[in-house]
Design a protein around this ligand. Structure first.
Ligand code: HSE
Length: 476
């Protein structure tokens, strides 16, 4: 959950010329209050209010100033995300040999080389406050740390784009394709494997990228395979083989990861395989469980973890017929290719298995499953009562050394956190050993939420690849 805070909400004040003002104040309590309600605050840079409440601007590059100023007042570290991965001795866009990158730079050296990359006023502000900050780029292994120094440079960085094969171009595949194509400096799409090409050519995908032959596409070699075919085969065999061949793999395929865990666990542990998108869509369920597990503290999980089922149950309680609701969930791109996996609770079961592995490193010892395909009219009627909600609840309990899993439709009181999941929303409530709870909510299915989760993994793996390449270049 994110919160948008404008300069008024933040008490962000400035004085001086209306087009090139200096920031002077921030209501840090307002910022802290926002973080009790959301995990991310989005703040428009570049503007503030003067003492008379008028909007003033902070000058060219003034968003840097907003970011630095807020970090300084709130006691945080500021990372400025640019289109280059840090400061260079000279502008790397100019012709000639690639200049060396600065890994660390003093404020004075930054003022000399930053050019238009970082606003000079911002650097001087940081210097005055002895504030360190980082300039970096999305997907870059390192940035430049600007601060007291001393200034250090590294040899020319070797950030070659990764060669990618994309398996599948359905609801999520199309989203991932568009996001990769927007970063040609980071990703070179070699092949996209589809069932039939004509439809995708008509939708604007270059014909030269498309093939129906997965074997030939993968035989040409690649650094990263993104598997979005869904289903157990051929996805499972292809993933295993490519991992064995040394490729990095990102998948959203919960069925494959849950059923082939024995063969895949080692690759997941070493960071060669990533599958955050397999559960929760944009909601970081697996990542959160994993990090809580590292602290050894997860006792149980209750979750609404299948967007299709949640969407259908919402529709049923609004009086829509089951078949119509299912057809709509399919049309909106929430359901699996075979929606029986959704409505039978099998998709939730696969996700729950992954949650159990993330939380305790083991599969459930006992599992009961009931989907929504057999939901009775009587239960729907109970779900329609005021102050009630009908949800497919997936839960895990760790008790007496055993993990017990259960998936079943339940009528919940409206104040239950899970009752608030709407349409394709997912929610998870993780109980910790000390009795505290971690609650997560967001969109659990559909093109863009799932694309975001896949891209999160893609960037993580691409950063790991560029760290590896930089280390290899340094050793050579
Ligand atoms: N079919 C899945 C769902 C897609 O509806 O939740 C996201 O995993």
């Amino acid at each position: 959950p994110a919160r948008l805070l404008d300069p008024t909400a933040l008490g962000l004040r400035a004085e001086g010329p209306a087009l090139d003002a200096e920031l002077t104040g921030l209501d840090t309590e307002a910022l802290e209050r926002a973080f009790t309600q959301a995990h991310v605050a989005v703040v428009p840079g570049f503007c503030a209010r003067d003492e008379l409440g008028r909007t003033v601007l902070l000058g060219r590059g003034g968003s840097d100033f907003t970011a630095l100023f807020i970090a300084e007042r709130a006691g945080g570290h500021c990372v400025l995300v640019k289109d280059v991965d840090g400061l260079y001795e000279r502008d790397p866009a100019l012709p000639g040999p690639r200049p060396r990158r600065l890994t660390v730079a003093t404020w004075d050296d930054s003022l000399r080389v930053a050019g238009k990359l970082v606003q000079p006023k911002t650097i001087r502000f940081a210097q005055q406050h002895r504030q360190s900050f980082t300039v970096g780029a999305v997907g870059a292994a390192h940035g430049t740390l600007i601060g007291p120094g001393p200034t250090r440079t590294e040899g020319s960085s070797v950030a070659e784009p990764l060669d990618v094969v994309l398996l599948g171009l359905g609801t999520v595949g199309r989203g991932v394709y568009e996001r990769l194509a927007a970063h040609p400096g980071n990703f070179r799409i070699r092949h996209i494997v589809v069932r039939e090409t004509a439809r995708h050519v008509a939708a604007g995908v270059p014909a030269a990228l498309l093939t129906t032959d997965a074997e030939a596409a993968l035989a040409s070699g690649c650094d990263l395979v993104i598997e979005l075919l869904g289903g157990l085969e051929p996805a499972g065999s292809l993933i295993e083989r490519e991992l064995a061949n040394g490729a990095r793999v990102v998948t959203a395929n919960k069925a494959v990861v849950a059923t082939r865990w024995g063969a895949l666990a080692g690759y997941a542990a070493s960071g060669q395989l990533a599958f955050a998108a397999a559960a929760g869509g944009a909601v970081p369920v697996l990542e959160t469980l994993q990090s809580l597990a590292d602290a050894g503290s997860v006792r149980g999980v209750r979750a609404v973890i299948n967007g299709t089922c949640n969407f259908i149950l919402d529709e049923l309680t609004r009086g829509i017929a089951y078949a119509d609701a299912l057809a709509e969930a399919q049309a909106l791109g929430f359901a699996e290719r075979d929606p029986t996996a959704d409505v039978s609770g099998l998709d939730a079961e696969h996700k729950l298995r992954l949650c159990s592995l993330a939380a305790w490193g083991r599969e459930p010892d006992q599992l009961e499953r009931q989907g929504i395909d057999t939901v009775s009219a009587a239960l729907v009627a109970q779900g329609q009562a005021p102050g009630r909600a009908l949800k497919l609840v997936a839960s895990l309990r760790h008790e007496d050394g055993r993990v017990v899993a259960r998936i079943a439709p339940e009528v919940l009181p409206a104040e239950d956190f899970l009752a608030g999941a709407r349409a394709e929303g997912n929610r998870a409530e993780i109980t910790l050993a000390d009795g505290n709870c971690v609650r997560l909510a967001g969109k659990g299915a559909g093109r863009w939420p799932t694309t975001a989760a896949v891209l999160g993994d893609v960037w993580t793996l691409s950063r790991a690849a560029s760290v590896e390449a930089a280390a290899a270049a340094a050793a050579a």
